[in-house]
Design a protein around this ligand. Structure first.
Ligand code: ATP
Length: 237
C-alpha cells in the first residue's frame, strides 16, 4: 500500500487574539497514516477537532507542532514547512477538498464554478465543460440552473455543485467535509458511488461523515480524533 499522508505528532492550539490571547488546544500529538485507494474516516464527538484536522491537511491551518507529510509528485513534502508556491501546486495537482459549504463568487455561473479546477490546469474549455455537464447531470442539478450563480441555490443544490467541482478532477488525495450533510437519500447514494469510483482509481480519501450508513458504506479505517486512535472499519452507531 502506498502511503499518501503521514502525520507525525501533529498538535494544533488556536490563540484567540481578540479575546485576551486565550489558548485553545484542539489537536494533541496526532499520528496517522493514510493510504492510496483507502477511505479513512475521521470520527469523534462534536468539537473534537475533525474539521480542524481536515483543514490542517489542506494547509488551511498551520500546525502548532508536528509534521504533515504528503506525497506530491512522487515525493513526501511536509505541509508545515512548504513554501506558498509548493502549497498552491499541492492544491492544484495533489489534494482536492470538498468543504461543507460552497464558497460562492457572485456572478460566476454554476458551470464555470464546476469546471474551474480543470481550466486552472490548462484543460480546454470544451473538455472541461463536458465533464462539468456530466457531473451536474449525475448529481441531479437541473439544466435551467447551470447558467446561474449558485448563491441563490438551496443548501442541497449548493452542496452538490461543490461536490461536482471537487470530483471534476482525479486528485491523488481527496478531503471531504460532510459531503452528504444536506442531501436526500437518493443524492447521498450518488455521492457514495462517486466516492467509491474515486477510491477504485486509487485516490486516498479522508472524510468526515456524520451519517452512520455513509461511514459503513465507505470506511476502510476509522480514526477517532478524540482518542487519537486508528482502527480498522468497525460498525459505529
Ligand atoms: N479558527 C478557529 N479559531 C478558534 N477556534 C477554533 C477555530 N476552528 C475551530 N476552533 C475550535 O476548535 C474546536 C474543534 O472544532 P472543529 O470544527 O474542528 O470540531 P469538529 O470535531 O469538526 O466538530 P463538529 O462535529 O461539531 O463539526 C471547537 O471548539 C472550535 O470552536
Amino acid at each position: 500500500m502506498t502511503s499518501m499522508i503521514h502525520i507525525e505528532g501533529l498538535s494544533k492550539t488556536f490563540t484567540l487574539h481578540n479575546q485576551g490571547g486565550i489558548q485553545l488546544p484542539i489537536l494533541d500529538n496526532i499520528h496517522l497514516e493514510v493510504f492510496a485507494g483507502k477511505c479513512t474516516v475521521l470520527f469523534g464527538e462534536s468539537g473534537s477537532g475533525k474539521s480542524t484536522l481536515l483543514r490542517s491537511l489542506y494547509a488551511n491551518y498551520l500546525p502548532s507542532s508536528g509534521a504533515i507529510h504528503v506525497r506530491h509528485n512522487g515525493e513526501m513534502i511536509d505541509l508545515a514547512c512548504a513554501t506558498s508556491h509548493q502549497l498552491l501546486e499541492v492544491r492544484r495537482q495533489t489534494i482536492g477538498y470538498v468543504s461543507q459549504f460552497l464558497r460562492v463568487i457572485p456572478r460566476v455561473s454554476t458551470l464555470d464554478v464546476v469546471k474551474q479546477p480543470l481550466r486552472d490546469r490548462g484543460i480546454e474549455n470544451d473538455e472541461a465543460e463536458s465533464k462539468a455537464v456530466e457531473l451536474l447531470t449525475r448529481l441531479n442539478i437541473p439544466e435551467r440552473l447551470w447558467s446561474l450563480a449558485p448563491s441563490t441555490f438551496s443548501g442541497g443544490e449548493q452542496q452538490r455543485v461543490n461536490i461536482a467541482r471537487g470530483f471534476i478532477q482525479d486528485y491523488p488525495i481527496l478531503l471531504l467535509d460532510e459531503p452528504t450533510a444536506s442531501l436526500d437519500q437518493k443524492n447521498t447514494q450518488i455521492v457514495i458511488e462517486l466516492i467509491q469510483e474515486t477510491l477504485a482509481k486509487n485516490t486516498a480519501v479522508v472524510g468526515i461523515f456524520h451519517d452512520a450508513d455513509v461511514r459503513e458504506a465507505l470506511a476502510d479505517h476509522v480514526f477517532d480524533v478524540s482518542a487519537n486512535h486508528l482502527q480498522p472499519k468497525v460498525k459505529i452507531a
